[in-house]
Design a protein around this ligand. Sequence first.
Ligand code: SAH
Length: 413
Amino acid sequence: MGSRATKHEGPRPARPRVEQAPVRLVVAERAARAARRGHPWVFRDALRPASRELPDSAGLPSGTVVELHDERGRFVARALYDADTPIGARLFTLAPDEPLDDALLVQRLARAFAHRDGLFADDLTDAYRLCHGEGDRLPGLVLDRYAELAVLRLDGGLWRPHTDRLRHLLVPLLRARGIEHLVLRAPGERQVLTHREPPDTLEVREHGVRFEVDVARGQKTGAFLDQRENRARVRALARGLGRVCNLFSYTGGFSLAAALGGAGEVVSVDVAGPAHEAARRAFALNDLDPGRHAFVTADAFAWLEAARARGERFDLVVCDPPSFAPSERAVPKALAAYRRLHAAALGVLAPGGTLCAASCSSHVRLEDFLGTLDDAVLPGRGLSVREVWGQPADHPTLAAWPEGRYLKFVVLA
Ligand code: SAH
């Protein structure tokens, strides 16, 4: 067996390897059933050691290969253990004879990359998600492409001992696609995994629209790639419109889409002033005069109230706030905040106008989100739900994993 660290082994650093003989853990019955239906996680409270002699799972280091068995001793899955998060094991395979080794990782990466090669064959988009963790059956592994640079984000602790191995597997696959730089981004940390110093900002294209991405400091891995198709939708909806308002505009993705679609004036509202500078540069990059549009640094709630009182009205309002619900417990408060926000947004919507309301919180289910847009919130307007969108195809999910379907984008008119 490999180097299984227990609580009693002292400070010797644990170095689990992907090919080591797996540690066996028992999964509670309900979790075993969910896993067999394709759920990619087992929470730690559903895990226990297979026998008394074996170490308590709490003593296992993150990244240990574990073999999960049900209470009757039957194989369930092979997984990587995570000591850092409440998700104790992230599952890689339900096939008893499939080892969790380099061949499996390379095969999954190659499949994920081939899927994107098909999606972006028109060469108009070079900023997209190359690997979407669980949805690409590589739990916890997120890889975003920004032109010649890729940003790797590893959730939890399961990949920590395998970073070097991943680098060896990834670099040749990326090079074959003309991606020269690989950067690992974790909260408060940035590590260059390739040889040359990469640029901090890059110019990328999305459906032919040019914008600048700050991969060193930007939100997420640099940009909100998951809204790409919804931005394209806003571009189409804005055709021939007069005024558009984009709330929580960040670097102006939806604003740019609306202006390129033909809206006469776009008002972008965000509390973060520096984000507007990036938005203005993006307008200029696409031959639009940012001077013809407004970029307001303000709290969206307060601004909506004042704008309504001034009698400002918009033909299209886009509302894409940050996640209001960081946890399941925060959901009721989040729903109340969405209701207030949507009611306030309605206050500036012109008669016959369109409202696009988004939520990126995985804890807020679509039905509950639609409840924050019902007739009680939008009184007397008779708005109906015209379209419901979610994540694009480069952010795939699993049928048995509702937690993965986090993005909601609802068009009402
Ligand atoms: N819609 C954006 C992403 C939004 S990210 C896009 O498509 O790229 C969330 C943004 O909300 C951040 O830029 C943050 O500065 C802003 N923000 C957070 N709270 C806010 C508030 N109360 N009022 C206005 N902006 C806010």
